[in-house]
Design a protein around this ligand. Structure first.
Ligand SMILES: Nc1ncnc2c1ncn2[C@@H]1O[C@H](COP(=O)(O)OP(=O)(O)OP(=O)(O)O)[C@@H](O)[C@H]1O
Ligand SMILES: [Mg+2]
Length: 241
């Protein structure tokens, strides 16, 4: 589903990705972790062409993102992304936040888009919140709306960049539960997260990044039981779950 081949990226003279290579199969859940500044967000953003790369090749669901002509609208519908800050439109209701992108990008009619929105709100446990404004919801609820909004585009891959790290601790779980269900339903997912409990339970693989490089790419079990690099061992010893 995703092929990242020898990808490097620079901001000016700063190299932020160095020869990153990884393959992610359909239905896999991959967690990316590593120290701050190691390039996790940058790598994830390259997977829906939010960040261009200067060398290497990225193919997502058959589209070459590094090729000359990539259809960004089509790509971003296929690749859902959920960020730390939910970025809902504050002046639109929950329902409108989910309905409008379906109409503008996928050209669904209003009835179809609303049916889809209501089904997804039920799925993320917010069946009663369609007419509320984002500001009337808690952070955890807003993040679940953001997940529903991304799912409304029928993505084939979902990218998450620290979706729970801006939330109060008591709201983290409700978002992780939705993500876990999504994984169980077979969604291909790439998640940057420090939630190591989630990683252990849900991820099939862990990519550990340091200084722009993928230092480890291994099964979840072997990452936690026998990380190969000193960097990963030090990282794991500092992080709790
Ligand atoms: N727009 C930008 N312009 C210049 N440098 C940037 C930009 N965005 C990120 N960087 C640099 O790229 C490197 C990787 O940043 P990135 O945000 O990908 O790290 P991260 O692993 O996601 O860190 P964190 O855990 O803190 O979110 C950092 O050194 C950062 O300063
Ligand atoms: Mg980041």
């Amino acid at each position: 589903m995703i092929s990242i081949n020898n990808v490097s990226k620079w901001y000016g003279s700063d190299q932020v990705l160095t020869g990153c290579t990884a393959t992610i199969d359909e239905g896999e859940v991959v967690v990316i972790c590593g120290p701050s500044g190691s390039g996790k967000s940058t790598l994830v953003k390259t997977l829906n062409a939010l960040e261009p790369v200067q060398s290497g090749r990225i193919i997502v669901a058959g589209d070459d993102l590094t090729g000359a002509k990539v259809n960004l609208n089509r790509l971003r519908a296929k690749v859902g992304m959920v960020f730390q800050h939910f970025e809902l439109f504050p002046h639109l209701s929950v329902e409108e936040n989910i309905v409008l992108p379906q109409m503008s990008v996928l050209h669904r009619n209003k009835t179809e888009a609303r049916d889809k929105a209501h089904g997804l709100l039920l799925r993320v446990g917010l069946g009663q919140s369609a007419s509320k404004m984002p500001a009337q919801l808690s952070g955890g609820q807003q993040q679940r709306v953001a997940i529903a909004r991304a799912l409304a585009m029928d993505p084939v891959v979902m990218l998450f960049d620290e979706p729970t790290s801006a939330l109060d601790p008591e709201m983290v779980n409700e978002v992780l539960i939705v993500m876990t269900e999504l994984a169980r339903d077979g969604m291909t997912m790439v998640c940057v997260t420090h939630e190591m409990g989630f990683a252990r339970r849900v991820a099939s693989r862990v990519l550990f990044m340091d200084e722009g490089a993928i230092l480890e790419d291994c099964t979840t079990a072997s990452f936690f039981s026998q990380p190969r690099s000193e960097r990963a061992r030090a990282f794991l010893s500092q992080i709790s779950d």
